[in-house]
Design a protein around this ligand. Sequence first.
Ligand code: ATP
Length: 460
Amino acid sequence: MTQRGQQLLDEINLAFPVDRRHILERLATAARRSGLRIALVGGLPREALRCLGGQRPRENLYDELRDIDVVVEGDAIHFARELYRNLPGELVVNEAFGTATLVTEGIAIDLTSSRRESYSAPGQLPEVDTGGVRLEEDLLRRDFSVNAVAVELSPDQGVLLDPLGGEADLRARQVRILHSASFHDDPTRLFRALRYSIRLNAELEPASMAAFHRAIEEDMLDTLSPERVRYELECICREERWHEIWAVMDLAQILPGLHDALGGISSWWTLEQGSSLDIVLRNQREVLEGTELEPWLVRLAWATLSMRDTWFEAAMNRIGIFPRHIRSMQTARHLLISVPERLSSDMPPSGIVDLLEHFPRESVALAMLIHMPVDDRGVSTRRAMLNYLLDYSLVRPELSGHELIRLGIPAGPAVGECHRRLRALRLDGHIVSEEDERNVVMRMVNLGESSADQATTDGD
Ligand code: ATP
């Protein structure tokens, strides 16, 4: 045990809700039983060190934790099975990678055998060797010093492993790679470097900065597959200060390095606008229910809104966005160009439905969220879309097609037309009940009218 390590473990315990603290105990117990040396690593010790250094509050640490990373000196899968006996949850084992994840009480515990990694080519996944690798050595293969800090849980509980000066770098607010070829080995670290710099209010340490620029100049981004780029952009778009990271990615030539058309996009928006998107996303989150869109993708669609249509699909393909999501974004972009001029919340609801119902609901939701009103008219357009999503699009006549035919509407297209008319009358508040609907239909039939509007007008 070291004093600092014990302080760190105490801090971690305090940051855990009382009813979750047993997770740490069970980890230590399972390690003792299996005779393995284990340590907490990555985000949890990093964030707890920041708490100790007064750089962040302790209160939201656990809630913001995406996972608990545990490094096991030896067989992590064997250890995971031992842990699972005393910590129920869902265990997923990946034999090929020597890793396992146990999801328990809503949190994922990622268990990894300590390893040595080597890269045969830039941008490719590393070759991994897990034979006889000490915890201390495992820390050397990590991305940044601030992520290469571990605290032992067993057998020497409370020993701090910080061979690369991660805590000092956290204090100095600097993100530092562990060797000069780091960005070449794994260019996803270019994204991670900016993500942590913004998150930690840190700078890239000078030699790391030089290596960063060298990797960009030498086109290392080209070695990354679209899938790997997407994963990094997704992580970025999930960050609280995501829009700042996008702006820095643009300045640092990452965006144009991925695709020419992505260069300069951040000059079209301001950080304030990014924050107002977040407010809309928070307040109107329900419009995403039942769609495939997640908030991170909405942020990405917004950040790329200024791109020319000509290049949009190619650029999205480069960054690994799924084709169905590209289509939703394209439709939302098209909607925002073609419809707003004609759309306002003062229109009768039936008019709003007429304009929007030809678009998939998902795209209307996306368009509503990413639309940036610049004046009252824009606000009114957004309100019209919101009303459509939350209210108007759900309005249906009560009478079914069969009932319309029974009342005398000829089978065929007239049924659909009658239904549409009834819906319009309901939307605009001219009729409110099934009985009203029957009356309108009877009048239509008696008058031999094809138009329900006509039937109500005549009857009024
Ligand atoms: P957060 O989840 O808050 O972003 P984290 O540090 O837990 O932070 P993960 O992506 O879960 O982030 O990674 C866990 C740890 O794995 C990191 O702290 C780092 O030590 C290591 N790691 C992740 N990605 C890489 C990478 N590309 N190269 C080297 N090490 C990495």
